[in-house]
Design a protein around this ligand. Structure first.
Ligand SMILES: C[S@@+](CC[C@H](N)C(=O)[O-])C[C@H]1O[C@@H](n2cnc3c(N)ncnc32)[C@H](O)[C@@H]1O
Length: 375
C-alpha cells in the first residue's frame, strides 16, 4: 500500500507547478555534515537537488535519487548553474540498490508508507561505509503539516520509529526538532512564487521535524577471520591454532610503506600492475596518478583493484574498488612529509581504495597467522 501522495504522477505534477527550482540546503545537513571530511554521499528523494548540490559544492561525490523526472531535471539545472557535478538518478528510492559504499546517506522529507521507508533505510544501512552515517529528516507525527490528508498521516514519523528502522547502526541523534531555517516547503498546496530570491535562505515554518542520525561503527567491520585456502596450506588445521594479525599491525605497515603495488585490469581483460607512492589516511589507502595513465584509464573502466606491499615475509594484500577522492590538506601534508615533494594546492588524480577484503600474515608462521577481514 502507498500513500496518495507517494506516486510519480503526484510529484511530477507538484514539481511542474513550481515556478522555481527552489529548496536550498537543509539546516540539519549543515549540522550533521558541515565538519565531515568529504567522501561519497547519497541523497534519497533529492527533489530539485538543493542538498545534493550543497554537498557537491563542499567536495562530496554525490548521487541524488528521486522518482520524479521533473524534479531530477530541475536538480540537473541547479547543479549546472552551480558548476558542480552530481550524479542524478531517476529511481524509486524504496527499491533503489545503492552502488558501492557511502560515507553519508541522507533523506529529507520523503514521506513514505512505513514498510517502504523501512526497506529504503535497511538498504541504506547496508550501503554505509565503516564510519559512515545516515541522516533522516521528515515531518514528525506530533505536528502534521496543514493540509495533510488523513491517510497520509501514516507516512509521518517519530524518532523512535526511524531509529528502529536503522538496524546495526549506533543512533547518534534521534529527536523532534522545532523548525529548520533554510528548508523550503514542497508539499501539496504549496506553491513557490516566481520572485523567489535564490540567494536568500527560505525561512518557512515546518512544525515539528523528526531528525535521526545513525552511524556505522568503524571497528565493527574489522573482525579478523580465516582466509579460504586449500586444506594442504594448513590454515584452519587445529594443530597450528589461530593467532590473528591485529588490524593496527596492518595499518602500521600501510602507513610506513614507501612503495605500493596496484593491480588493475586492462581493456582486454589482462592484468596491469604498477608501483605507486601513497598514504594511509582515514582508514583507507590513497594514491595519485595521472588521469592519462594506464591505471587511471583501467580504473575508469573497471574500478576493481588489488593493492599490496612489497614484503613476502610480512604480507598485506587489500582488495576493493578505487574511487576518485578529494585531496584534503591532511592527505597532502601526509604525502608531502613522506615523500618530500609538493603536489600544489588542488592536485587531481587522487584515488582511494574502498576496501572489500584484506589479507595479512607472517610468512614465518603462515598457517597460524593467515588472517582475513571482510568489509
Ligand atoms: C517533500 S520533497 C523533498 C525534496 C528534497 N529532499 C528536499 O528536502 O528539498 C519529497 C521528494 O521525495 C520524492 N519521492 C517521494 N517518494 C519517492 C520514492 N518512493 N522514490 C524516490 N523519490 C520519492 C518526491 O519526488 C519529492 O521530490
Amino acid at each position: 500500500m502507498r500513500s496518495d501522495t507517494d506516486t510519480v504522477e503526484f510529484w511530477n505534477d507538484t514539481w511542474s507547478t513550481m515556478g522555481h527550482t527552489f529548496s536550498d540546503y537543509d539546516q540539519a545537513l549543515m549540522d550533521c555534515a558541515g565538519n565531515l571530511e568529504p567522501g561519497r554521499a547519497l541523497d534519497l528523494g533529492c527533489g530539485s537537488g538543493g542538498n545534493a548540490v550543497w554537498l557537491a559544492e563542499r567536495g562530496w561525490q554525490v548521487t541524488g535519487v528521486d522518482f520524479s523526472d521533473v524534479a531530477i531535471e530541475k536538480a540537473r539545472i541547479r547543479a549546472a548553474d552551480k558548476r558542480v557535478e552530481v550524479e542524478f538518478v531517476v529511481s524509486d528510492a524504496t527499491v533503489y540498490r545503492p552502488d558501492g559504499l557511502y560515507d553519508l546517506i541522507t533523506s529529507f522529507y520523503i514521506h513514505l508508507w512505513p514498510e517502504h521507508r523501512a526497506r529504503m533505510l535497511a538498504n541504506a544501512a547496508r550501503a554505509l561505509a565503516p564510519g559512515g552515517r545516515i541522516l533522516f529528516v521528515s515531518h514528525d507525527k506530533s505536528s502534521p503539516p496543514s493540509g495533510w490528508s488523513r491517510k497520509d498521516l501514516e507516512s509521518l514519523t517519530t524518532p523512535d520509529e526511524v531509529a528502529a528502522e536503522l538496524p546495526g547502526l549506533r543512533i547518534e541523534r534521534a529527536q523532534v526538532v522545532e523548525e529548520f531555517a533554510a528548508h523550503a516547503e514542497c508539499r501539496p498546496g504549496h506553491e513557490e512564487t516566481e520572485d523567489h530570491d535564490d540567494h536568500e535562505p527560505d525561512l518557512h515554518f515546518h512544525g515539528a521535524t523528526t531528525v535521526v542520525i545513525g552511524v556505522k561503527d568503524k571497528t565493527e567491520s574489522h573482525v579478523p577471520d580465516r582466509p579460504q585456502m586449500p586444506a594442504g596450506y594448513g590454515v584452519g588445521d587445529p594443530q597450528y591454532g589461530f593467532e590473528p594479525i591485529q588490524w593496527s599491525w596492518v595499518v602500521e605497515r600501510m602507513t610506513d610503506a614507501r612503495n605500493y603495488w596496484v593491480a588493475t585490469t586492462r581493456a582486454d581483460g589482462s592484468p596491469h600492475l604498477s608501483p605507486v607512492w601513497g598514504v594511509w589516511h582515514g582508514d583507507a589507502f590513497h594514491f595519485f596518478t595521472d588521469e592519462d595513465s594506464f591505471k587511471a584509464r583501467n580504473i575508469r573502466r573497471d574500478p576493481r583493484a588489488v593493492v599490496h606491499l612489497e614484503s613476502g615475509d610480512e604480507v598485506v594484500v587489500m582488495e576493493g574498488t578505487l574511487e576518485s577522492a578529494v585531496a584534503t590538506p591532511d592527505i597532502l601534508s601526509a604525502y608531502e612529509s613522506k615523500y618530500g615533494v609538493s603536489l600544489g594546492h588542488e592536485p587531481e588524480g587522487l584515488y582511494r581504495l574502498r576496501l572489500s577484503k584484506a589479507l595479512a600474515w607472517l610468512e614465518s608462521d603462515f598457517p597460524k597467522t593467515a588472517t582475513r577481514w571482510r568489509f
